[in-house]
Structure formats: structure tokens, C-alpha cells
Design a protein around this ligand. Structure first.
Ligand code: ARG
Length: 459
């Protein structure tokens, strides 16, 4: 038999394959609460505008609440024949309240309905991402505060570069995740406009009040163009872009945790709660959560690309292609939230191994730049000459199998006769980090200032 919602012109029902490719109820049922909120706002507006009677609106209101509770308690029977969440809800409403249900779709289309539901859903996810990012930032700030003056190697090319502080390294990620948070809030502002009332594509001849429904649903205003309202998905793409950038940040940090927790580094110990064992190697404690976070960027960025490809080249206004938007966003959202929560948990639980960090910071001639800077400051050498002298000293130390502070003053003077014993002051890693007091630098005083600033921001 033909579809009860749109089957008037049809003699036969759809082929089973048609139904399989067409139906979205398997995934868009996740927007049930948003769909019902949208319908309630629409019904109340229709009555306020005298388009339907207030008794019909009251029946709809109560019926929609019944349907919502059926969905929430899991007794609702979803039907693939009814395609999507919109028609599943409306069909059930008809069973619950009878004839008045048939007036709910006045001045509305599934095109503005789905655009509204999806915006509401994405908006909730942006809010969840805000919370997740804020919690992660707090956990990182706590790590930074604890280790504001703990010394560790800073790397370039993953080769020892200069000593930095643990707090400084943690705060680098705070900055990145705070920009992600900013992007989330920015995207929310831009997307928070209501498509409801755009109807199929052209608007409607009924005297609807789009400001009223926009307000009821927490939107800042109705969207200004009905064609745009039903056919654009840039809000979903922006969500996926922001999620992709954030997942990229998560992935980089996760990679560092994988490296740092290895036996070769031993910079951090991850908690048992965020590690797994091996089924064959009894000694193993693997950083699986970090590895999975590292990988999540793949599927999130994949979703971003997939939806971009779906949308490119679509003529205005609605096309069914756009139904492909939801699974990508759902999957990306689920995995982004999970990655944020897992990272927060790992960061809260992990222990930085101060002794190992400091030992590593001292290895690899990490204070060679400090030595070159000393030659410039004290002996007034041009930096290039100082660089060369220091390079010779590094080569000498390498040949002797020792570090720079282990060279004797005579060794030093054999390379440059004017070097004095004062030079040894700058070869220690603590002096090195303490000296880097330029704004944004790694010195513990600067790190503590930034920690204080972030604590204030978080309050
Ligand atoms: N399930 C559809 C979607 O997700 C709802 C809109 C259907 N509109 C239409 N004209 N067929 O996009």
C-alpha cells in the first residue's frame, strides 16, 4: 500500500530496496527530542496566529509529550516504512490524538523541519564540546601548576633542542584547546538561526510567526532566506571542521603520550584506569586510549570531507542527498566527545616522572644555545662566531663521551681562550629555563603567570 503521508498520487508502495535506500529512521531517530520540540513550537505558533484552534494545539501538545515519553522509555515502535523521524512522530501522534494531528504540518515541510531538528542537535553537541574542552583545559592547567618548574627536554624534529618546563608544555596544549573552544563558540553564534517556517523552499502563504518559533527554540532569529534555510548545511560542515581541528590537536597530544609513556622515555606514567594489558606479554601496559584518540582524527576528518563532497554541486534547494549529512555528523560528534573525555581522564590521572624528565633535559647538549648566548653576552662575540665555538665544544664533548657541563675549563679555553668559569652557570638546565623570561617563554615565573591567568579565565 502507498505511504500514508504522501501516497495520494501513488497506486503502489515502494520496492523493498527503495525503502532500504530511502529510509533514515535507523539513524535520525537520534533527533526525536529535537523533532518534538520543533513540532511543539510550531503547534503553539499556529494556534497563536489563529491558523489552528487552541483545542487542536492543546491536543497536539499533550500528544507530542506522550510520544516523547514513549520514545524515551523505549516502547515506541519505529517504522522503516515511515522513512524518517518526522513521519514516525507524526504518524504516532495521529494514533494518539486522532484527527487534529493532521493539521500539525500546516505551513511547514519536512525540509524546514529536518533543517531545524538538525541545527538543534548540532547546537547541543557544540555545547557538549564546550564542556568537554573546558574540562580538559582545567586538567591541563592543574598539571601545569604542579610542574611549573619541572624541567624536561623541548624538541624540534623530535631531537633534543632546549630545556623547557613541564608546565610550559602543558600550557601549549591549553592554548590550542582554548582556541578550539573559541571556534566552537563562534560556530554556535553563527548557526543559531531558525530555519523553521521556510516550509518546503519558498515560505508559506499562512500568516505564521517565525520570530515566535525561533524564540521558543532558543534561536537568536529566523533565517532570512527560505531557500538558504532548507538547503544549506554549512553549520554541519563548520561543526565538522571545528571537530577536525580539535581532533588534530588531540591526536598530536595523544602521540606525545604514546611516546612519553614508553619504556625508552618514561616521561609519564599513565594510570591503570587508562591503560590496557597484553593477552600474551605479561609485562605490557599499553596506552590504548591515547592511540585511539590519535586515530579519531581520521574518521572525524573523513566525515568532514564526506559531507563536503555530498554538498558540493547540489543545486538549490533541498535534495535528498542532504539526508547523508546526519550519519557523518553523528559519528564525528560521538567520537570527538569520547576523545575529549578520554583525554581529560588520562591527563587527570597521569603522573609526570620529574626525575626522568630532568635527566632527559640534561642530555643531548640541550644547553648549547645557552652557551652560545653566554659567549655573545659576556665576550661580545657575534652570534655566528659564538655558534661556531659552541659547535666545536659540542663536538669535543661528543668525542669524550660526556655532556657540556662535564668539560673542564681548560677544555673550554682550548677552543676559545677568553672563556671563564662563569660559563658553567648557564650550562645547568634549571638556569637555562629560568633565564627564558621573555613574554611567552618557558621560565617558571612566566609559566606561573599564565597558570594564574588561566585559572582566572576558568572561574
Ligand atoms: N529524512 C529527510 C532528510 O534527512 C527529511 C527531509 C525529507 N524531505 C523530502 N523532501 N523528502 O533529509
Amino acid at each position: 500500500s502507498s505511504n500514508q503521508m504522501w501516497g495520494g498520487r501513488f497506486a503502489a508502495g515502494p520496492d523493498a530496496i527503495m525503502e532500504a535506500i530511502n529510509a533514515s529512521i535507523g539513524f535520525d531517530k537520534r533527533m526525536a527530542a529535537q523533532d518534538i520540540a520543533g513540532s511543539r513550537a510550531h503547534a503553539a505558533m499556529l494556534a497563536a496566529q489563529g491558523i489552528i484552534t487552541s483545542s487542536d494545539a492543546e491536543a497536539m501538545r499533550e500528544g507530542l509529550l506522550t510520544v516523547l515519553s514513549e520514545i524515551e522509555t523505549g516502547v515506541f515502535q519505529f517504522s522503516t516504512a515511515l522513512e524518517d523521524i518526522h513521519m514516525n512522530v507524526e504518524a504516532r501522534l495521529k494514533e494518539v490524538i486522532g484527527a487534529p494531528a493532521g493539521r500539525l504540518h500546516t505551513g511547514r515541510s519536512r525540509n524546514d523541519q529536518v533543517a531545524t531538528d538538525f541545527r538543534l542537535w548540532v547546537r547541543d553537541q557544540l555545547d557538549a564540546a564546550s564542556s568537554g574542552l573546558t574540562a580538559l583545559i582545567s586538567a591541563l592547567v592543574a598539571q601545569a601548576e604542579m610542574g611549573a618548574d619541572w624541567v624536561m627536554p623541548g624538541f624540534t624534529h623530535l631531537q633534543t633542542a632546549q630545556p623547557v618546563t613541564w608546565g610550559h608544555h602543558m600550557l601549549a596544549y591549553v592554548e590550542m584547546f582554548a582556541r578550539d573552544l573559541n571556534r566552537v563558540q563562534d560556530a554556535r553564534k553563527r548557526m543559531n538561526e531558525s530555519p523553521l517556517g521556510a516550509a518546503a523552499l519558498a515560505g508559506t502563504s499562512f500568516p505564521i510567526d517565525r520570530d515566535m518559533t525561533a524564540l521558543a527554540l532558543g534561536f537568536d532569529r529566523p533565517m532570512a532566506n527560505s531557500l538558504d534555510a532548507v538547503s544549506d548545511r554549512d553549520f554541519a560542515l563548520e561543526f565538522l571542521s571545528v571537530a577536525s581541528i580539535s581532533a588534530m590537536h588531540l591526536s598530536r597530544f595523544a602521540e606525545e603520550l604514546v611516546i612519553w609513556s614508553s619504556v625508552q622515555f618514561r616521561f609519564v606514567t599513565l594510570s591503570d584506569r587508562f591503560s590496557t594489558g597484553s593477552s600474551i606479554m605479561p609485562q605490557k601496559k599499553n596506552p590504548d586510549a591515547a592511540e585511539l584518540i590519535r586515530a579519531k582524527v581520521g574518521r572525524i576528518f573523513g566525515a568532514n570531507v564526506a559531507l563536503m563532497m555530498v554538498m558540493k554541486g547540489l543545486p538549490l534547494a533541498y535534495s535528498k542527498d542532504m539526508q547523508e549529512d546526519k550519519e557523518q555528523v553523528f559519528d564525528a560528534a560521538d567520537n570527538w566527545m569520547l576523545a575529549l573525555a578520554a583525554m581529560e581522564g588520562m591527563v587527570k590521572d597521569m603522573t609526570a616522572n620529574r626525575t626522568n624528565l630532568e635527566a632527559a633535559a640534561s642530555a643531548g647538549f640541550s644547553t648549547a644555545t645557552d652557551l652560545a648566548d653566554w659567549l655573545v653576552r659576556t665576550l661580545d662575540l657575534p652570534f655566528r662566531d659564538a655558534h661556531h665555538v659552541t659547535g666545536s665544544l659540542v663536538a669535543m664533548a661528543e668525542q669524550k663521551g660526556c655532556d657540556l657541563p662535564d668539560l673542564s675549563l681548560e677544555d673550554m679555553q682550548s677552543v676559545h681562550e677568553a672563556i671563564t668559569a662563569d660559563v658553567f652557570d648557564v650550562l645547568g638546565v634549571h638556569n637555562s629555563v629560568a633565564s627564558r623570561t621573555s613574554y611567552g617563554g618557558t621560565a617558571p615565573v612566566r609559566v606561573r603567570e599564565q597558570v594564574a591567568r588561566w585559572k582566572e579565565v576558568l572561574e
